[in-house]
Design a protein around this ligand. Structure first.
Ligand code: 13P
Length: 248
């Protein structure tokens, strides 16, 4: 039985004050979450502060990105070692906003995945198609290509130490959630693709859904056979909205 994971991706949001009330609000509601795992991914600068606020809590902590390099002349980058040192367990890699806005290629994401994993961070590998790719029937090709970049670099066994997040780009921040059947179909495709290479890894790897998840649709999505939780953007920014998903 795979554990459900609900992870909040705060993106470029928050302030010292707002994260304090967000984290304490989430902490207070954790008793209703049951056996789900919960994590938050703040902007880099707030990670140490959130780590302090989370001390003694079972809520996990992750970054929204990570450098593919370990150290040296890479202005603006933050390494996996640094993230480990300030208390992260997870690192999101290959979010569609990194891919589409900052030009991150599949190989860049794979290198970040490798860097995170090498230092004991659990990569949350995001994959997903654009609206035009879905409409042209290319969803599976796109998702397969994004996964293959990681599998080619790291081997399929590496996915045993990772989480996959299927985030159809057309569903992110748009209010247009993939239907449970649409999401399940892609999750099943991902799991079957991994199973062709390693059935054991496929049966264990958590595959999260992301894209306009909220308290009203989370239960139905998480009930699908191959959906093991969610990566949450907008609805992770208030305790009420996030807890409504965590307790769904
Ligand atoms: P929304 O939940 O705001 O659609 O964002 C999803 C997402 O991109 C999480 O990484």
């Amino acid at each position: 039985m795979r554990q459900i994971l609900v992870a909040g991706n705060w993106k470029l949001n928050g302030s010292k004050e707002s994260i304090q009330s967000l984290v304490s609000g989430i902490n207070e509601g954790m008793s209703g979450v049951g056996d789900k795992a919960v994590a938050v991914c703040p902007p880099f600068v707030y990670i140490p502060r959130v780590a302090d606020l989370l001390s003694g809590s079972e809520i996990g902590l992750g970054s929204q990105d990570v450098a593919s390099e370990e150290t040296g002349a890479f202005t603006g980058e933050v390494s996996a070692d640094m993230l480990k040192e300030v208390g992260c367990q997870y690192a999101i890699v290959g979010h569609s906003e990194r891919r589409s806005i900052y030009g991150e290629r599949d190989q860049d994401t794979a290198a970040k995945f490798a860097a995170a994993r090498a230092k004991g961070l659990t990569p949350i590998l995001c994959v997903g198609e654009l609206l035009e790719e879905r409409e042209s029937g290319d969803t599976e090709n796109v998702v397969a290509r994004q996964l293959d970049a990681v599998i080619e670099l790291e081997g399929v066994a590496a996915l045993a130490d990772a989480v996959i997040a299927y985030e159809p780009v057309w569903a992110i921040g748009t209010g247009k959630t993939a239907s449970p059947d649409q999401a399940q179909a892609v999750h099943a495709f991902i799991r079957a693709k991994v199973a062709e290479l390693d059935a054991d890894v496929a049966s264990k790897v958590q595959i999260l859904y992301g894209g306009s998840v909220n308290g009203g649709n989370a239960a139905e999505l998480f009930a699908m056979e191959d959906i093991d939780g969610g990566l949450i953007g907008g609805a992770s920014l208030t305790p009420e909205a996030f807890l409504a998903i965590c307790t769904a």
